[in-house]
Design a protein around this ligand. Structure first.
Ligand SMILES: Cc1cc2nc3c(=O)[nH]c(=O)nc-3n(C[C@H](O)[C@H](O)[C@H](O)COP(=O)(O)OP(=O)(O)OC[C@H]3O[C@@H](n4cnc5c(N)ncnc54)[C@H](O)[C@@H]3O)c2cc1C
Length: 538
């Protein structure tokens, strides 16, 4: 926790150009973009980075195929371009994946019509992905016998992309690159109140949620990236905005892998909305729901579970229906959907699109990021930089490219060294991919350091928490550079262990104690107890 303590000490002693409230995807890209371009930036989150909505998504980078139905072609074009841009810049992390889609008999459109729509989608997406394909019932049955074709008219297959690790890890990548570029970021620090002085400085009273200590952070501008809590924060600082957010709850259930094929099985659920079975390592993530709520919530209700299980069991042809006891983990988040003025009544609820809006109070150097998607995150980072520049804050390196994996030459160099060091001979049986591939994807250029650690001490390549694929040097990296403050930060967000393993398996896992000693030193027992006390067993 040295990194967090150092940053908390720094927060009170400097006047920042920008203070960002919230370390979900929108705050994280803003921090990475601004600090990468040399702006003196700070970021705080009242929980862990990506601890709210940005850890609960479907993990998809998609071009918005469903907005074709409402003829929102400019939005589809924009999202497709964002998707392509992400795949291009994060080729190891964000991968094209096929959506194997079945259409029920009597659906509002016949399969052939929808299949033609996917060609238009492919065209709008600049032919960047593999071409769509029509699926007859026979093809569906032979290629994916797990799909129940009893009520199926036909289908189609098209491409979008998915996040290979998980959303929270992706977000942390931006926080990490912001930290490397000099951003002062700290988790579990809440913005309690902000006010602007007459000489134009924002003074934000913040609270360290671990110790209860309160102190002030000074900044020339303020970015509200509080996601579903954006309106609450604006109210607390008397900022009136044209936009506001409506909240839509969505849940996913994680169960054993239902098909060996690495593709998304896509259906139309009983409410007519798209319903996915998405590969997640050795598991499948099924969902989602779309329920209007008034407050951010993490509660999965019986009704939510029943909706997902009933649909899954109807749409799939399983040996044995999925039951509640088969649920390994659950995800629940609220989408912050942006609306303007009085819009957003019941009538247009499901039609609300997931675009973002950035509203600016130029006079007070204050801006709010409303809504948005992981898919659109690089645009948000760029837009925020342009706006901050317009607030007379100097951007020392405006042309610096702040995102993306290291280039091809560096990548080839890493894989060459990994080959010389026979790194892949350490690949654990728990892992479905080579160790070199996994380290590169998760750590980018830092993978060179992990490789050196393994060369110095081969024990660094040993899996520490039995049953998972995480090796000793990854724990070391998490302890030193990933601001793991609570055990949940590591198990649920820096890694995806808590998503793919049952709590009892984790609790009884040999190596958990040693892993916690690496992460928390003599607080290990306390942090383990805190983790298992805080959450309910499924
Ligand atoms: C079920 C579901 C499925 C989705 N699927 C996809 C998908 O497949 N692809 C996609 O692109 N998008 C998807 N989304 C949308 C996407 O996840 C969200 O739009 C995005 O994560 C929102 O990010 P954010 O940064 O605005 O909010 P958040 O991630 O919620 O971040 C806001 C942060 O602000 C912090 N905060 C709030 N108030 C304060 C304060 N006073 N002080 C300090 N910190 C504060 C919070 O702790 C939080 O961490 C999905 C969303 C849901 C719910």
């Amino acid at each position: 926790m040295i990194l967090r303590d150092t940053n908390i000490n720094k927060l009170s002693g400097t006047t920042y150009d920008v203070l960002i409230i919230g370390g979900g995807i929108n705050g994280a890209v803003s921090a990475a973009a601004l600090s990468g371009k040399g702006v003196k930036t700070a970021l705080i989150d009242q929980g862990d980075f990506a601890g709210l909505t940005s850890q609960e998504s479907s993990n998809l980078a998609w071009g918005g195929i469903k907005y074709m139905e409402s003829y929102e072609f400019p939005l589809v074009r924009k999202l497709c371009k964002s998707r392509n841009h992400l795949i291009r810049n994060y080729p190891s992390t964000i991968k094209e994946i096929r959506f194997f889609t079945t259409v029920p008999k009597g659906f509002r459109y016949p399969p052939v019509f929808l299949w033609m729509g996917t060609w238009l989608y492919w065209f709008i997406g600049s032919f960047f992905t593999k071409r769509p394909r029509y699926l007859t019932r026979k093809t569906i049955q032979s290629e994916e016998p797990v799909v129940n074709i009893e009520n199926v008219a036909g289908g189609f297959e098209y491409s979008d992309a998915y996040l290979h690790d998980n959303d929270a890890r992706f977000v942390f990548g931006f926080i990490r690159s912001a930290l490397t570029a000099g951003c002062t970021a700290a988790n579990y620090v809440e913005a309690v109140q902000s006010a602007r002085t007459q000489d134009g400085v924002w003074i934000t009273k913040v609270k360290n949620r671990l110790t209860g200590d309160e102190f002030e952070v000074r900044s020339k501008s303020l970015i509200n990236a509080a996601g579903p809590l954006a309106d609450d924060f604006n109210r607390s600082v008397q900022q009136k905005t044209q936009h506001r957010v409506l909240l839509s709850k969505g849940i996913h259930l994680i169960v054993n892998r239902i098909t060996k094929n690495q593709r998304v099985l896509t259906f139309f659920a009983s409410d007519g909305r798209l319903f996915f079975a998405i590969p997640m390592g050795v598991r499948t993530c099924i969902g989602t729901t779309d329920t209007r709520v008034d407050h951010p919530t993490k509660e999965v209700t019986e009704e939510d579970r029943d909706f997902v299980l009933n649909n899954a069991n109807t749409l799939l042809n399983l040996d044995k229906p999925i039951e509640k006891a088969d649920i390994i983990a659950e995800r629940c988040g609220v989408r912050p959907l942006v609306v303007e003025g009085d819009a957003g009544g019941e009538a247009d609820w499901l039609q609300l699109s997931r675009k973002h809006a950035i509203e600016i109070n130029q006079q007070e150097n204050f801006l709010t990021i409303f809504g948005g998607k992981l898919t659109d995150c690089l645009n948000v980072g760029d837009e925020v930089c342009d706006i901050i520049q317009g607030m007379d804050i100097k951007i020392p390196f405006p042309d610096y490219k702040w995102y993306g994996e290291p280039g091809q030459a560096i990548r080839s160099h890493f894989f060459h060294l990994a080959h010389l060091a026979d790194l892949d001979s350490h690949t654990s049986p728990e892992s479905s991919e080579k160790l070199s591939t996994r380290l590169w994807r998760r750590y980018g250029a830092t993978a060179f350091i992990l490789l050196e650690l393994i060369q110095e001490d081969p024990k660094q390549a040993e899996v520490l928490i039995k049953g998972t694929e995480y090796i000793r040097c990854e724990l070391r990296e998490a302890a030193h550079r990933e601001m793991v403050t609570r055990l949940e930060d590591f198990l649920r967000r820096r890694s995806k262990i808590a998503l793919i393993e049952r709590r009892e398996t984790i609790r009884n896992s040999a190596g958990l104690k040693e892993a916690c000693e690496m992460l928390f030193g003599d607080q290990a027992d306390e942090k383990i107890a805190e983790y298992f006390a805080a959450q309910q067993d499924y």
